[in-house]
Design a protein around this ligand. Sequence first.
Ligand code: PLP
Length: 365
Amino acid sequence: MFEDPYTEHVLLTPGPTPIHPRAQQALMRPMLGHMDPEIFALNTEIQADLRAMYGTTDTTFTALLAGTGSLGMEAGFANLVESGDEVLVCANGSFGRRMADMAARYGANVRLVTAPLGEAINPDDVAAQMNGVQMVAVVHGETSTGVLNPVPQIAQIARQHGALLTVDAVTTAGMEPFHMAEWGVDYAYTGAQKCLSAPPGLAPVAISDRAMARYHARRTPTPLWYCDFEGLRDYWERHTYHHTVPVNLHYALHAALRAALDEGMLNRKARVQHVGQAIQTALAPLGFTPYVQRPEDRLPTVLALRLPDGFDDAGVRHALRQRQISVTGGLGATAGLIWRLGLMGETARPAPYRALMNALEDLLG
Ligand code: PLP
């Protein structure tokens, strides 16, 4: 039976995150048409705020796609890849492999750079395979393993070889400084429900001038009509109809993004570090240890912890869920081996983690 959604719930998953109170309130605003001047004014503010969040230049085109983070991923390959292009994908987890799958579906010859489970991509391995590559794609923070990939170093290699760089910023942008222009990232995307704590259903994207130039040099039209870059510009810049955008989600994302920028990315990063450290210290006596061995490879927003020997993963998480606490286990090869505790947006607060500790002390004695 569907449970009363108004029950207080402690959501510690690596996305979705609890909706920010300002975004929750914004959802109450009355409906307006997607072609209303007020919505265009709202969209313009969202575009400027996204440029601030991604650390872009003033000319970088930013927009919201009407779908989740995966649509952001798909739109990049659909617009920037053509049949026969050489695309190097850093695939050290589920979302890197999803990128490789999508790139191949849009006709790319995919070269994979991998790393052992729980380890970051080695930039030397990227450099070794760059001959003839038109695009490099990398997940900044691999949610499936809690690994942070070295985007600035990979960006430098892509630049040296004249390749575009696509970055999955789903677990990073909005929670810590992201320097798209400085690093040399050409296409970045995230999902509203992650670091921004807005409702799911929007993918904020940023497209560099270089990526736009590549799009304009296409031999064939973008096969994904819904997210065609110029189609998006028709609506976001030329204010002509393309498709009906979900304005209520725009209200909420606008509020959540403003709240994030008001707090400041350095303060948000510090909040993640503070709560992350406290929860690791609290869980250590119970036998939880960091899954990612090298501290520099650890993704701050998704704390991957190896479970104690003999720990009843499914049983404990079921008991927690009965107490209205949601915790996520491993994915694929790490199922039953780790927990992945979210520290994105409103999840990175002491109170929900105190609730987890209290429940665990009760359950595990
Ligand atoms: N990329 C990363 C790193 C993710 O963590 C996720 C979702 O968890 C996605 C992409 C896909 O996003 P969505 O589930 O919003 O489509």
